[in-house]
Write a protein that binds this ligand. Sequence first.
Ligand code: ADP
Length: 296
Amino acid sequence: KAVVIGSMNMDFTMDVDHLPSKGETVPAVRLRTSPGGKGLNQAVALARLGAEVLMVGAVGNDASGKVLLGNLPKDRIPDFAIKTVDDSTGNAFITVDSQGNNTIVVYPGANYKLDMHWVESFKGEIESADFVVLQMEIPVETVIASIELAHNLNTKVVLNPAPALPLPDYVYTMVDLVIPNETELALLTGETNIVEGARKLLQMGANAVVVTLGSEGCFYKDANQEISVEGFKVNAIDSTAAGDAFIGGLLTALGRHEDIGTAMKFANAVGAITVTRPGAQESIPTYEEVEEFLRR
Ligand code: ADP
């Protein structure tokens, strides 16, 4: 069982011929609205891949919030831990040009009202969970206090430091697994070398690190071992949510007590499938789809 404490957004994606410059209005050729936010994406990934998931988050009392809540049952995620607050639901406005370049403006809204008082009301669920999963699209004070709470309850803490914001080293001493991508690793450690960067996160106090490497796969390091697992060769068309899907894959495999190398391979398969499909959350596969991919 996993508890995800994180962001929930409504994504508005507009396909444009070229990105607007200052003062310019451009017509979009297509508008897609879909649920997103790293927290919700990871909760959906965990659920589709077989985990029992509690999503702790916040939405506004508006149309986007109702859509997000209404979508949860499709992925068997209960809605009782989602707080409705007096602000807009988190919204992301994305423009994508014909070459695939994008600009994104995010209004965090309700996500920035996810407070510790609300998180603490799920103390029992956090205590009985196998792990708590956090990202950084909610207030940093809530992230830090949630890590402390879970750690004190002896529940494993997994941190996806995205977007990468520096945290005091004592926070890392309570984190069991940190999962950054290469960019986040460089921002957090000042290291562009993957092995050195991972070593630094361990020095800062983390127990173990998995770095995602896009098409190259992923890299694991703890005090005793280093493991590299190559990515799958696929025809990538849209990498949105690949990192979130990967995290769902890694944690569900570890939850099945697979060894770290096997879990990394499973997670690479989940990420690889996700990049072959357009869109964000809708491209995250189910457990059965991953099994089939691995049999091919
Ligand atoms: P993020 O999307 O957070 O930047 P990555 O780009 O590192 O994260 O991708 C996450 C994971 O998704 C990778 O570790 C890999 O398993 C998979 N993945 C991403 N891009 C590709 C690709 N082009 N081909 C195969 N697998 C990929």
